[in-house]
Design a binder for this molecule. Structure first.
Ligand SMILES: Cc1cc2nc3c(=O)[nH]c(=O)nc-3n(C[C@H](O)[C@H](O)[C@H](O)COP(=O)(O)OP(=O)(O)OC[C@H]3O[C@@H](n4cnc5c(N)ncnc54)[C@H](O)[C@@H]3O)c2cc1C
Length: 342
């Protein structure tokens, strides 16, 4: 086990922000994690688990231990008549898992194609895209409890999933290290094509009968045309969550913006609430395509803040503050950050 000191995290966050970790080490099993924690015991500074760094903004050096998750392995661990249970190590790349599932002809995560990051982070914020959330397919997961020094199993219900939320962002924040996740996937795919432009894209691809691979390819094409590739332009995807309003709040929003009223886009949630695209609110405040020095708001999607090369985490943070303020002023809505701020 190789612990490195004053380690640059730039290659380990998709914003490409320069920040240093006082200590950096990889773990690929419970045993190596335990011995790192023991080593840390002698210097008990704060710690952070880092996956692919695609949902994190470093606004400063991390004066503690950064543990990089490298637990690997994907296998079908159980089958019943309708489902295959795919278990993946937390250090596997999420998109590789999607491709693996498609290869095994198991459906349920094809709409989540091309989301950056690692398997271990998928339950943390209940990743979602194109009408699917990972909570729909998570069967269970194993995590290491730092306080209790033992492996704990969580069922789907135990995870208390919500919109971009789970128990791991609340009660167990900085307490549980996710080791592996088991997904319950469908042997007979149930395609979800009504969201966004999936059907149009399949048509463009001249797909008459959808397959898991075709849907995944369509999603990849749509995402690639809309979102910046972090390898080219530093970003962490959606910076803010889409605000969810109840009936009264939505009526108030409409009455305060009579000109926009008919045009305010929304998705109705299962609970009957109104989810307003944060990107639209930000765009209405004039931020889309904004750039100051190396910090900006992506030209095709205002919800994505970008680093054109030399931005610091503080620069991005300050831009996010300015955006929050103007959305609050114009719409009386407080945007909540989706990205984890360090
Ligand atoms: C271009 C782009 C597009 C994106 N699109 C989407 C999208 O469509 N939908 C969506 O939901 N997200 C999206 N994201 C955000 C991001 O990809 C996901 O949130 C992803 O799950 C983060 O994974 P990660 O491994 O990079 O996590 P990291 O950024 O490394 O970590 C995120 C948080 O989880 C914690 N964490 C990570 N691994 C573990 C673990 N094993 N145990 C305990 N804690 C852990 C970290 O400490 C941190 O707090 C996008 C990001 C980018 C850059």
């Amino acid at each position: 086990m190789n612990t490195q000191k004053n380690f640059s995290l730039r290659p380990f966050n998709t914003f490409s922000i320069e920040a240093k970790a006082k200590y950096f080490a990889r773990f690929d099993s419970v045993e190596t994690l335990e011995s790192l924690l023991e080593q840390r015991g002698r210097d008990p500074l704060p710690w952070l688990i880092l996956g692919g760094g695609s949902n994190i903004l470093f606004t400063r050096d991390f004066e503690g231990w950064v543990f990089h998750n490298s637990i690997r392995g994907i296998q079908v661990v159980h089958e019943d008549e309708r489902h295959g249970y795919l278990k993946a190590g937390a250090g596997e790349r999420w998109h590789e898992l999607v491709l693996h599932a498609i290869h095994k002809n198991l459906g349920g995560i094809e709409n989540l194609s091309l989301i950056p990051g690692l398997v271990g982070a998928s339950p943390i914020q209940n990743i979602g895209a194109y009408g699917v959330e990972v909570k729909d397919v998570i069967h269970s997961l194993e995590a290491y409890s730092i306080a209790e020094k033992r492996v704990v199993t969580f069922t789907n219900n135990d995870c208390e999933f919500g919109y971009r939320d789970s128990i791991f962002k609340k009660r167990y924040k900085a307490e549980m290290v996710i080791l592996n996740v088991t997904y319950r996937l469908d042997k007979t795919p149930r395609f979800r094509l009504s969201y966004g432009a999936i059907r149009d894209e399949l048509e463009k691809m001249q797909v008459l009968q959808p397959t898991l691979k075709a849907v995944s390819d369509a999603i990849i094409r749509i995402r690639s045309s809309k979102l910046p590739d972090p390898a080219v332009l530093g970003n962490a995807g959606s910076f803010f969550k889409n605000p969810v309003l109840d009936e009264n709040q939505f009526q108030r929003l409409q009455s305060h913006h009579p000109v926009d009223a008919g045009k305010i886009p929304f998705y109705k949630t299962e609970e009957g609430h109104y989810k307003i695209p944060a990107g639209w609110l930000i765009e209405q405040c004039g931020w889309k395509g904004y750039r100051k020095d190396d910090t900006g708001c992506y030209e095709k999607q205002a919800l994505v803040l970008v680093n054109y090369g030399g931005a610091s985490g503080k620069d991005i943070w300050e831009l996010s503050e300015a955006i929050q303020k103007s959305v609050l002023q114009k719409f009386d809505i407080t945007l909540e950050r989706e990205v984890n701020i360090i």
